[in-house]
Ligand binder design. Structure first.
Ligand SMILES: N[C@@H](CCC(=O)N[C@@H](CS)C(=O)NCC(=O)O)C(=O)O
Length: 272
């Protein structure tokens, strides 16, 4: 069993400039700085944070889901120097983009915050349904689906013609769809499919081969019935759909297995 975890799967290269602020190892008070620490697991939403960190060249230290100060005991949960604590995957993306990115003011931030919030508030339901009940992304006539299709027909990326945290937020959910709903066909929205494909082809997406905490370890530091049993909907669904699809993703979302699945599905949908 692993009792430690690596720093993130840092992208070797990134076309995504974020104007990184370099942090000292020791603060002025002489207290050791950890930098951003992510409590996460591979069978959860936390890999989407890893994807963004890879793209942006942010070094994350990974920790087990628990113990953490997440008020609801979930993952992902991020801490950073200076007492920063953030829960909710979208809020974590926004924090990292704000803290380590290049946006100069509220106007620039608004370019991506709206998409991250939309992904969490609207796209989540479209992709997974309530309680993972079913996807609506295979219904091209639904207004938000057709609008997204139209937007992605005009631009490769969501904000300012370049890849950004907005794309991580949106494409992460889209790219979970083939994992959770193996029979869903997105053939009716080719622009969305090509976008999913573009994102899956990014080296930082495929390089998410992190040494993330695997399921038996989720409760290893602080036994928790919810994690120890892994009975929450998102862990269970991912596990079941992986099995059903007989796809060798080695138990993790993102990474090369997931990238290949998206690429295969996209190629098949675009032929229809
Ligand atoms: N809306 C939250 C969802 C968090 C969530 O549901 N996390 C799941 C894993 S994907 C979890 O921690 N489940 C264990 C539990 O609820 O105890 C986010 O986006 O971060």
């Amino acid at each position: 069993m692993k009792t430690f975890l690596v720093t993130s799967c840092l992208a070797a290269s990134s076309a995504f400039s974020v104007g990184l602020q370099l942090r000292p190892i020791y603060s002025r008070a002489g207290v050791m700085s950890m930098g951003p620490v992510l409590h996460g697991s591979d069978q959860s939403r936390s890999p989407l944070v890893n994807w963004y960190a890879n793209e942006a060249g942010i070094e994350l230290t990974m920790k087990a889901p628990r113990p953490s100060n997440h008020p609801f005991g979930q993952v992902p949960f991020l801490t950073d120097d200076g007492g920063v604590e953030v829960f909710e995957s979208g809020a974590i993306l926004l924090y990292l983009a704000d803290a380590y990115g290049k946006a100069a003011n509220a106007k620039e931030r608004a370019g991506y915050t709206k998409w991250v919030v939309w992904a969490n508030s609207e796209l989540d339901g479209l992709c997974f349904g309530k309680g993972m009940s079913g996807t609506s992304m295979d219904k091209p006539d639904l207004r938000p689906v057709s609008v997204l299709e139209s937007i992605l027909g005009k631009s490769e990326w969501l904000v300012g013609g370049e890849f950004s945290v907005a794309d991580v937020a949106v494409a992460s959910y889209l790219n979970y769809v083939p994992i959770f709903f193996g029979r869903a066909s997105l053939a009716g929205t080719p622009n969305i499919v090509k976008y999913m494909q573009r994102c899956a082809e990014r080296p930082a997406f495929a390089k998410c081969a992190l040494l993330l905490w695997s399921k038996p370890e989720l409760g290893s530091r602080e036994p928790s019935t919810r994690f120890a049993g892994s009975e929450d909907a998102c862990h269970r669904s991912l596990h079941v759909s992986l099995h059903a699809a007989q796809v060798s993703l080695r138990g993790r979302a993102f990474g090369d297995g997931h990238a290949n699945l998206v690429k295969q599905k996209a190629a098949a949908w675009l032929k229809l």
